[in-house]
Design a protein around this ligand. Structure first.
Ligand code: KG4
Ligand code: ZN
Length: 340
């Protein structure tokens, strides 16, 4: 089976071709056109610019994906497109483009939940004998979402914890901005944190771990951002000399909270495997720490951590198997589509 994946939920335009034989995927192409440079100037994603870029990029990225896969459009069996959650103007561009392709070429189409896509990035590079066992606990951490999802089987999700305000990636992005680092903030903070070591600590900066000890599995990150805001405002030394220490402590605080709640969820729900997913799963510290929580931890290969269409095609495959695809007419972008 050959699946064309299309992803435009935020600021990356991506098209991928996935071949699946006996449940085993091979990524034939996965083209990602990033808009980071464009949005960097504004310190974050500008929705109207993102939508305009998607419209411009989609045909080019599609051509490239077909060329790299050495296929013709008639070979494709299914189109899988992200239909939510995400920025509505961005989603609409991808969904309309995919619907148009499906109609003109008479292909079946399926709408994929972006967060389910992130979860399925864990299926992209494993032998079928090593797939995650259910029930699985998924920690999905991206720019827009921070969730603990209990997955009983393919397509069966229960949301057992989520952020009450900012997402973990959003916290990285906002804190980065406060300390003068570029967008996206996650990689910038991780890089800057590496310049710090405890032995050169000058300020003994300590940031809060919001809600770490609350009884539930929910998160809150906006207080952390506010703490950094006050810290920077009240600094008595130049920011340049404190930046790496703030970056280090902010990363430690975010990862501590994520790990603490994931550990608690494992104790409460006894999953057979633990999956990390979403753009923040690119974070090295998080990737290392989560491995210590359970004997069966899955982390996506680096190339599939941030937004890409290969993961959307993968999730689309399992949705298609469950026959939950919508007719062309009913498929619409839904900016607030919850995974459950
Ligand atoms: O999943 P994603 O590509 O887009 C959304 O669906 O939101 O996630 C993007 C988020 C951004 O907030 C970015 O700062 C964060 O992932 N991110 C990281 C790292 N790489 C990307 N956060 C921490 N450490 C990283 N290395
Ligand atoms: Zn994402």
């Amino acid at each position: 089976m050959l699946i064309l994946g299309i992803e435009t939920s935020c600021d990356d335009t991506s098209v991928a071709v996935l071949r699946i034989e006996n449940d085993k995927p091979s990524v034939l192409s996965n083209i990602v056109s990033s808009q980071v440079k464009l949005h960097n100037e504004f310190g974050g994603v500008v929705p109207i610019l993102a939508a305009r870029e998607h419209e411009r990029n989609l045909p080019v990225v599609l051509d490239e994906a077909m060329k790299v896969a050495s296929l013709k459009f008639k070979d494709i069996d299914l189109i899988a497109v992200t239909s939510g959650p995400g920025l509505i103007m961005s989603l609409v561009k991808g969904v309309n483009f995919a619907k148009d392709l499906a109609q003109k070429n008479n292909k079946p189409i399926i709408g994929v939940n972006h967060m389910a896509g992130h979860i399925y990035s864990n299926w992209l590079s494993l032998p079928t004998t090593h797939y995650p066992l259910f029930p699985a606990l998924c920690l999905t951490v991206s720019g827009g979402h921070t969730e603990l999802v209990f997955m009983k089987n393919h397509g069966e999700y229960e949301l057992i914890g989520k952020t009450l305000d900012d997402a973990a990636g959003e916290a990285f992005d906002k804190i980065a901005r406060l300390i003068g680092l570029e967008y996206p903030g996650g990689p910038a903070i991780a890089r800057t944190a590496m310049e710090f070591s405890i032995s050169n600590s000058q300020f003994s900066i300590k940031l809060p771990r919001p809600m770490m000890y609350s009884k539930d599995l929910n998160f809150s990150f906006s207080g952390l951002k506010t703490s950094v805001l006050y810290l920077v405002r009240d600094l008595t030394v130049p920011l340049d000399s404190a930046r790496s220490e703030i970056a280090h402590e902010a990363q430690e605080a975010i990862v501590d909270v994520l790990m603490h709640k994931t550990k608690k969820a494992i104790e409460m729900h006894q999953p057979k495997s633990v999956l990390l997913a979403g753009g923040v799963s690119a974070n090295k510290l998080l990737r290392e720490k989560i491995q210590t929580l359970h004997e069966n931890v899955f982390i996506p290969p680096m190339e599939y951590t941030t937004d890409n269409a290969a993961m959307i095609a993968m999730a689309g495959y399992y949705e298609f198997k469950r026959l939950k695809f919508k007719s062309l007419k009913l498929l619409e972008a839904d900016a607030n589509w919850e995974i459950v």
